[in-house]
Write a protein that binds this ligand. Structure first.
Ligand code: ADP
Length: 317
């Protein structure tokens, strides 16, 4: 468990990057920090493993102040994945993955076994990949190695700073799927920074939306979409331009079975209109040319946001 109590960070030039924030990340939770550029996400993340010292307040990990941990113990027990994975170019993939286990003085056999297990987890054939050098891997493969390297010594906490943002959309989707799958197996505490709302909605148990060094709202994807605390949250959710321009209500509606929602919405409604209505009603009938052609509920909209709805498919339950 990670707890922040009134934590602030002022950089030397006087910039207040983080302004008295308090929150708790539960054990095993996938916690996403999101917000516009400069809102304080990376600073918040890096204070957790003391890469950046805090100016005020307290951070606790499992009830103990992070300043009371031995710095090496703290770093080795927190996995860390960056946007640009820095694999050591002269080392093999096995050696790269084994860095922290080696520091922890694991035996050669144990490291070898662990590397095999980890490569399997992200669908890289150990026989092929363990002896390769980083330059013999694609960008997506290198990033996968970066993710499993962070898991290598079995840390309880993993910090990820925009780990997929430099990848092409297909590799990004694949890695997001990998991480969802991995998280189901390993149940670690993951703190993940992104500026991409679609990614946040897909991955998060809870989302923490930041602006200007402050926390604006913390909630589950459903709460953030359907109970945005203010206009900033509403705009941030609605403003993800790919979501907005792609939106076709007709593609996400389901057939009417026993549903009799009372309110209706035209099929031509924009994403903002549907979002607005679904914050007031659980579900809506969808009309086209004066006829009811289906219905939409909050769950379907969340599925749409998280990319779970196939193009042209119908999400029903
Ligand atoms: P985000 O990750 O949300 O983009 P950051 O945590 O990187 O935000 O930055 C928060 C604020 O702190 C920004 O205004 C940024 O310019 C500033 N900042 C970040 N690092 C430093 C630094 N080393 N010195 C001074 N200001 C910094």
């Amino acid at each position: 468990m990670i707890s922040f109590e009134n934590v602030s960070k002022q950089y030397q030039d006087g910039t207040t990057a983080v302004d008295s924030i308090s929150f708790t990340v539960q054990q095993g939770e996938f916690f996403v920090l999101i917000g516009p550029s400069g809102s304080g996400k990376t600073t918040t993340l890096k204070m957790m493993n003391r890469l950046i010292p805090l100016s005020d307040g307290y951070i606790f990990i499992d009830g103990k102040k992070i300043s009371d941990y031995n710095i090496h113990e703290l770093r080795w027990n927190i996995g860390y994945v960056l946007q640009q994975i820095a694999l050591f170019p002269h080392m093999t993939i096995e050696e790269n993955i084994g860095i922290v286990p080696e520091l922890k003085q694991w035996s050669k056999e144990k490291i070898h076994h662990r590397v095999t297990e980890l490569l399997h987890m992200v669908s890289l054939d150990p026989d092929v990949y363990r002896t390769r050098k980083p330059s013999e891997l694609s960008g997506g493969e290198q990033q996968r190695v970066g993710v499993i390297r962070a898991l290598a010594a079995d840390p309880e906490i993993i910090l990820m700073d925009e780990p997929f943002s430099a990848l092409d959309p297909i590799s990004r989707d694949k890695l997001q799927e990998d991480i969802i799958h991995l998280q189901k197996e390993i149940k670690k505490t993951i703190v993940f920074v992104t500026h991409d709302m679609k990614e946040a909605l897909k991955l998060a148990d809870r989302i923490c939306l930041m602006d200007n060094g402050k926390i604006i709202q913390i909630g589950t994807p459903e709460e953030i979409i359907h109970h945005p605390k203010n206009e900033f949250v509403k705009d941030f959710v609605g403003a993800s331009s790919p979501l907005r321009s792609d939106f076709q209500l007709e593609e996400i509606i389901g057939p009417i079975l026993n549903h009799k929602p009372s309110a209706t919405i035209p099929v031509s409604a924009s994403l903002e209109q549907v979002l607005g209505e679904l914050t007031k009603q659980e579900e809506l009938l969808v009309e086209k040319d004066g006829k009811v052609i289906g219905y939409v509920n909050r769950q379907m909209l969340i599925q749409y946001f998280s990319g779970a709805v196939d193009k042209g498919g119908i999400g029903n339950d």
